[in-house]
Design a protein around this ligand. Structure first.
Ligand SMILES: C[S@@+](CC[C@H](N)C(=O)[O-])C[C@H]1O[C@@H](n2cnc3c(N)ncnc32)[C@H](O)[C@@H]1O
Length: 254
């Protein structure tokens, strides 16, 4: 049967509100392919971020919030999934976590955070307008001199094989364009793929600009020589992209 492309507008949703997905996700650390999402963050943050107050937008089960805390931040994790937050609180009883409505940061004060960190939620956003709206709120809660760090899947993630993920069963991903639904399976759950929305580097850059954020650095981490794990594509193709951003108003005034 020929499969047509499926766009996010026709049915994308946040898979992490599903209890089963949330329970699985809570067991993940930064091993395997995820290692590349955080390996360079301590250096990037040391160069780019001053101040200690961090917002971890879409903290999920708190993996990224605990990472920020380990780097010395007073971090607040926010997420729209109750189940994910329950896991975060269980794993980190002294941590600060809060439920927010879908993409809505209106409960947070203006200019409160030196760092806004966002790892992996924008690949669930169903339109560029939603991405822009979330990014504009990052700008509002950013303290003077603050930085936004956005970590997302590259579009290549959905078209290659990886140590931790497989896309081999989803050949239709190859034809996906911006805003289409794409599927990817964790190797531990090959029969239950996660459905994401494909956004490209060009889409993210357009949204940053429209939200009043200026891109300072872009990183496409690859595995180092000498790292002996059985990597598949990770030495040649970056699965993740890391963007470092500042308020365009601030950049313009310096
Ligand atoms: C893949 S998990 C990543 C969690 C965490 N940042 C990490 O790296 O482990 C994505 C999380 O983003 C949350 N999320 C996605 N879209 C969101 C939105 N619009 N508002 C709030 N949370 C969102 C989901 O509920 C989920 O917990």
């Amino acid at each position: 049967m020929k499969r047509g492309r499926r766009s996010a507008a026709s049915g994308g949703s946040n898979p992490y509100t599903d209890n089963d997905v949330a329970d699985f996700y809570s067991g993940l650390d930064y091993a395997g392919t995820y290692h590349l999402a955080v390996r360079d963050l301590p250096d990037i943050i040391a160069r780019q971020v001053t101040g200690r107050f961090a917002l971890d937008f879409a903290c999920g089960a708190g993996r990224s919030t605990r990472f920020l805390t380990s780097l010395g931040f007073q971090a607040v994790g926010v997420d729209m999934s109750r189940r994910m937050l329950a896991h975060a609180r269980r794993k980190d009883p002294t941590g600060r976590y809060a439920l927010i409505p879908n993409g809505d940061l209106s409960s947070l004060a203006d200019r409160a955070f030196d760092l806004v960190h966002s790892a992996f939620p924008l690949g669930n956003a169903t339109s560029r307008e939603r991405i822009r709206s979330i990014l504009a709120q990052f700008k509002r809660v950013l303290a003077p001199g603050g930085r936004v760090i956005v970590i997302e899947a590259t579009d290549a993630l959905y078209r290659h094989e990886w140590l931790s993920f497989s896309t081999a069963a989803y050949s239709e991903n190859a034809r996906a364009t911006s805003g289409d639904l794409v599927r990817i399976a964790f190797r531990e759950r090959m029969d239950q793929p996660v459905v994401d929305v494909l956004w490209t580097d060009a889409d993210y850059r357009q949204c940053f600009k429209a939200a009043g954020l200026t891109l300072l650095e872009t990183h496409l981490p690859l595995v180092d020589e000498g790292n002996p794990q059985p990597w598949i594509s990770e030495r040649e193709v970056a699965p993740w992209v890391i963007y470092v951003l500042a308020s365009t108003d601030e950049i313009a005034s310096t």
